[in-house]
Design a protein. Sequence first.
Length: 177
Amino acid sequence: MFSSHIDQAVGRSESYYCGIDGRKAPLAYISQSMTIPAMTKGTLRFFFDFGAGGCLWAGDEATRSKLGVGPLDAAVYDLQGHVVVPPRISLASNVHSLISRLDQEYLSYLNPLYPPDPSLWTQARCERFNSDVDQLLVLLQVELGTKFAIIDQQKRHAEDPALGEFLAANPNQKPMP
């Protein structure tokens, strides 16, 4: 059922398609003389959770079985600050730095005195965060797109409509520009 053709003239393997349950699937090759069905991409969910340390989460059972639960791009540290469990997904340092910065920034979205109160983020702050999130998503898709499908589940924020009224009633609180 699986077949490949070795192009003897140029010394490369060409992949053909095979029918599986009436569907066609691309073949990937290990060597010039052996073919196997292409591996299915894993699925990652992209979102920040307050204080989680990362933004990539298993998005399907196969990915969860292989990589586990929790933020897959974050390390786990002991009380002395030593890495106990390294990130299960390796990323370039610039991508990891952006994730760390946005993760820390996201902590400030909730009102620090009483989280159910309106966020102190202004519209300008929300737009900067949203833009940085969009930039990070593009970087992740470029870096991981051949291995994983990335599902964007990160909420894009806008200034809370009740912020002005909240600040008027709480003059000791300041907006975060």
